[in-house]
Design a protein around this ligand. Sequence first.
Ligand code: ZN
Length: 253
Amino acid sequence: MEETKKKPVKKTEEAPETKAAPKLTKAEEKSKATTLRIIAIILWVLAIGFEVLAILTLLKALYIPGLSQMWWMIIFIVLDLACCLVAGFLWKKASFLDPFKKTNNKVGFVILNQLGVIMAVICFLPLIILLFTNKDKMDKKSRIIVTVIAIVALLIAGLFGANFNPISAEEKEAAEHTITDNVYWTAFGHKYHLYEDCGSLKNSANIYPGTVTDAIDAGRSEVCFFCANRAEKEGMDMTGINVEEGVEELTGD
Ligand SMILES: [Zn+2]
């Protein structure tokens, strides 16, 4: 048998063997985020289209046979909401895969992360205002029903579109730089843990391990408060890393 020549594997000190590779490379994260953002924008445009149809139906500029004015409006509002919800979900997912930069752009950072809320307002508020101002275009009972549905849709879209735990590109980079060991997260929430035996993981049925990149990609953007405290005591520098806000008394030693 012929001997196969094997290239010696280079071992660098920066990348110890124990460090697992994230599921997605930086380039894959970026391209996936771009795709998700494009789909989200298309869905928001569609949502505005359904809002326009609802408005035209209200103003009786559009007549579609088969159902009453009220039912067509409800259908358009539901379609508007469906597009908004999926768009908001995809937009948020993208902002964990490829977060926006915060440095020198604090206002832009908030706007981009909360675009789901802004779009929810754009996709429903004009219709709601017109429902209040066009009292003669629809009978009172139907108008009240449609108005309530539109307001509820606005609230649902706004709530689901909001990003309650955004992360910046800088914060993700800091976490990836500092935290090289596996981290742990659960099916719900927005935290990840540095220690598998963290007290707040005790009652979780499913614990997912992975790199800090995987955790953030999965929408877990903050280090658990208890894990962060413990890591700091063990000498880890948490500068620049998104840490869960904790109870004031617990921060003291
Ligand atoms: Zn923890």
